[in-house]
Design a protein around this ligand. Structure first.
Ligand code: NAD
Ligand code: TYD
Length: 363
């Protein structure tokens, strides 16, 4: 498909994180005439080694990393103006539901006030430019968690599902989305929003389910399954999300919103069992060796039962669909964490070790 629009400089925030690093790579590869500026605060979740291949991929002058906080309005205005950014893709956020239960304030600060600071900076710089909002786009990366929880027989979330967040994480993401829409409706800022389901794949911080389970199987540690493991999530391979973001950014009408998902609902316990099967096999262990590690633990407070996404609007309007099957995605994901020992060891030392001990104890 030919893209409807081109951007000279795309400012990506949160590009040192899990999804952001794949988005930076995708945009540099698919748009050889665009420059990418990556703004990231490098919180515990940000990791420059997710971007090791980027300088070689980008060549001269096509990539710049800026170590900054999206909540720093002056800095955001300066970067957008200096770089003449004509698109902003905001992925920077606090993202872990369990952390949001312990410390909701940091989620309000980054996800709500940080988003507002970026919106204000975009408005200030773009409104002062000779062509105004012409050729500009602000794109907010959101989550399906804003829609709340589904019961077993409910229809999947879609673009018209009302927001009904339950966790401090999803409440903060919802609030940010409302501000993005308000800036479109009030000031005419050209915006896009997409709400995606659970991503999995390489480079995910191992406090999230899949990398945590793979790491625990590798080390023979107990696998903490919340409640009875019956909660359901829709899972999408991360490069498919990066492709969806690229497609939406370059083709969707300003003011529109899209749901992105893998049409792939799985119970947590089935994910854990599938990861055990693949990881044991890839490690050359007999089938079922790690079954004994499954440990049912106290459920997450307010644990949403089920998320499911209907992405037919995106498929029909813009021709996107997931390219990676779940079986293929699991094989690639497990192989990546087992091959990238250094990445996993580095990230699971220090702050992660302390977090893990606090959450689950020493096993
Ligand atoms: P992540 O936690 O792996 O990465 C977040 C990145 O943002 C990190 O690099 C971190 O350093 C950076 N960051 C945090 N606060 C910042 C600040 N104040 N200023 C600048 N940078 C800051 O997150 P992820 O899983 O890659 O998620 C990226 C985005 O996608 C988030 O907005 C998240 O809500 C959304 N999302 C994630 C999923 C998922 O399954 N992971 C699904 C749907 C939507
Ligand atoms: P997570 O990866 O934290 O993503 P989210 O909460 O945004 O969906 O969790 C995915 C599911 O796995 C969720 O239902 C909680 C569950 N879970 C566990 O059972 N054990 C764990 O150790 C973790 C981190 C998550």
């Amino acid at each position: 498909m030919n893209n409807k629009r081109h951007f000279n400089t795309i400012l990506v925030t949160g590009g040192a994180g899990f999804i952001g690093s794949h988005v930076v790579r995708r945009l540099l590869t698919a748009h050889p005439d665009s420059r990418i500026v990556n703004v990231d605060l490098l919180t515990y979740a940000g990791n420059l080694s997710n971007l090791d291949d980027i300088p070689a991929l980008a060549g001269e002058n096509r990539y710049r990393f800026v170590h900054a906080d999206i909540a720093d309005g002056d800095m955001m205005r300066r970067v957008i103006a200096e770089e003449k950014a004509d698109a902003i893709v905001n992925l920077a956020a606090e993202t872990h539901v369990d952390r949001s239960i312990v410390d909701p304030g940091s989620f309000a600060r980054t996800n709500v006030l940080g988003t507002m600071s970026l919106l204000n900076a975009a408005r200030a710089v773009w409104e002062a430019s000779p062509e105004g909002y012409e050729g500009k786009m602000y794109y907010q990366i959101s989550t399906d968690e804003v829609f709340g929880a589904l019961g077993e027989g409910d229809a999947p979330f879609c673009e018209t599902t009302p927001y009904n967040p339950h966790s401090p994480y999803s409440a903060a993401k919802s609030s940010a989305d409302h501000f993005v829409r308000a800036y479109h409706d009030t000031y005419g800022l050209p915006v896009l929003i997409s709400n995606c389901s659970n991503n999995y794949g390489p480079n995910q911080f191992p406090e999230k389910l899949m990398p945590l389970v793979i790491n625990n199987i590798k080390h023979g540690r107990d696998i903490p399954v919340y409640g009875r493991g019956l909660n359901i999530r829709d899972w999408l391979y991360v490069t498919d999300h990066a492709e969806a973001i690229d497609t939406i950014l370059h083709n969707a009408a300003a003011g529109s919103t899209y749901c992105v998902g893998g049409n792939n609902e799985q119970r947590n316990i089935d994910i854990v069992k599938a990861l055990i099967a693949v990881t044991d096999r890839q490690l050359g262990r007999p089938a079922g060796s790690s079954d004994r590690l499954i440990t049912f633990v106290t459920d997450r407070k307010g644990h949403d039962l089920r998320y499911a996404i209907d992405s037919s609007r995106l498929q029909n309007d813009l021709g996107w669909k997931p390219a990676t099957t779940f079986a293929e995605g699991l094989e690639k994901t497990v192989a990546w964490y087992l091959d990238n020992t250094r990445w996993l060891d580095d990230i699971t030392s220090g702050e992660y070790a302390r977090y893990y001990e606090r959450m689950y104890g020493s096993r």
